[in-house]
Design a protein around this ligand. Structure first.
Ligand code: DQA
Length: 146
């Protein structure tokens, strides 16, 4: 049977492709979604893609993971650096979970060098542009199938 994962995207990621493309690349979120779905098919993983600019909606979606999905890949975007509430919801989740970022948050401004949310996940991938999503799926697939 196919496994199911969800990829959750935080605030402003709906603007990918138009937003600071020197940092985040030229791919739109839809293009990244298509690339993820192609990889998912080859790995027998059904992928749901979700984006919200709203912290509460992201938390509600993380709560759904326990019941409806086998794993979570999350780019919490700016909430990475601020949200203890998202960290708590990640800590409460007993499923494989990976945090990803397009940019290398450790090579940027001081306020981006701390990821609060990554304390609640199995691992963190950052700095590979849109490929961070692909690597995130590879990582979650290893955790799900092992
Ligand atoms: C980001 C990094 C965050 O610091 C930033 O707020 C984002 C995108 C990334 O994918 O590189 O919105 O999560």
């Amino acid at each position: 049977m196919n496994k199911k994962i969800i990829i959750i995207n935080g605030p402003n990621l709906n603007l990918l492709g138009q937003r600071e493309d020197d940092i985040y690349g030229k791919d739109s979120l839809d293009t990244i979604k298509n690339k993820c779905e192609i990889l998912g098919k080859s790995k027998k993983i059904e992928i749901t893609f979700f984006q919200s600019n709203n912290e509460g909606e992201i938390i509600n979606k993380i709560h759904e993971v326990e019941k409806f999905y086998d794993g979570l890949v999350i780019n919490p975007a700016a909430f990475t650096h601020t949200s203890v509430a998202i960290l708590d919801s990640l800590r409460a989740l007993n499923k494989p979970k990976i945090e990803i970022h397009l940019s290398n948050i450790y090579s940027r401004e001081e306020y981006r060098k701390k990821s609060i949310t990554s304390e609640g996940v199995h691992g963190l991938i950052c700095g590979f542009g849109a490929n961070s999503y692909i690597l995130g799926i590879e990582a979650i697939s290893n955790l799900i199938y092992n």
